[in-house]
Design a protein. Sequence first.
Length: 232
Amino acid sequence: MTTSVTIASDVIDQVGLDQAAQFQSRVTVFECVECSTAGDARVEPAVVVLRRSPGLSHLGVAHHRCANSQVRDYGPGALALTGEVDLIPRVLGLPYLTGIKPVLLLAYEEEVTVAEDGQPSYDPVIRTLLAEGLHEVLSLGKPAPRSPRWRALIGPGTSVHVSSDTRVHLSDGDMYVPPTWRMLAEEAGEVVLMMGRLEHDVLYATDPPLTAYGRAAKRGHLVAGVVSVVLR
């Protein structure tokens, strides 16, 4: 069964042909960004909508009957990261010169870059995270600076809560925390928080290679900071 997903040229101009094609090819079942009801591109026409604000842009899907494929602009703060982008939490340990460090990774799949007024294109989510106190990390082997404005709460159970002093980024995350990772985090009282975007196959892989994370960091798709953590 084939899908019917329309994506307008102005959306392609913003996100690039490759990303647009990848996103378009993955659309099957979706939640319409216009009417908030379920849809299935295999049985009814759908369209891609790029919702864009100074702090965040998000590629979404709508029923063809609800909207045309288009770029839709919003004011500052009108779109929220936790409301518009699914952040998937994962724990891992990264080797540093001083030993294995516990890492909390919050990643999303959308790869949106915005070009405005002839300036170099940028990822508005990454730009916002940097403004809120996280840091560029172009190599996984180089320790990230501290980000005192951020904090993480893990537990009880599989619950994950991450916030900055500006807002809550993840309030109801769900992930398994291995005992070894928990022990490392409890001993240190802090974790390396990494946030950013990953390719679809990496984000959903059961055991992705560290080289994939390193590639994302080198491209500027991941930012990080050492943050305090409370485990319950």
